[in-house]
Design a protein around this ligand. Structure first.
Ligand code: FES
Length: 106
């Protein structure tokens, strides 16, 4: 099963497992993880699922679409080179991805 290690802005670390096909956002929300709000439920309409992906994990992820790219320009915490919207990061079985959540999503 896919695993995600979430590190908060204050350094709290949570390692959570999900099912193949889950997104990084879905795994967080299902487990009540603070730091990912996901107001729109994954329909690319809110930008409150912003995460910073560990550099070495970026290449193995689903490529960024045009709309995600545009939405990342409207995040509360400024976009970085490793920013993604976690609702778009669907995971295959057996991957382990590391992400950092921003200090604020809204
Ligand atoms: S949950 Fe709204 S854009 Fe990702």
């Amino acid at each position: 099963m896919p695993k995600v290690t979430y590190t908060s802005a204050s350094g709290d670390i949570n390692v959570l497992g999900g099912n193949s096909g889950d997104s990084v956002m879905e795994i967080a929300v299902r487990n009540g993880l603070p730091g990912i709000v996901a107001e729109c439920g994954g329909s690319l309409a809110c930008s409150t699922c912003h995460v910073f992906v560990r550099e070495e994990d970026l290449e193995g992820l689903v490529a960024m679409g045009e709309l995600e790219d545009e939405m990342l320009d409207g995040t509360t915490e400024e976009r970085r080179g490793n920013s993604r919207l976690s609702c778009q990061l669907k995971l295959e079985a057996d991957v382990h991805v590391y992400v950092e959540t921003p200090e604020s999503q809204v």
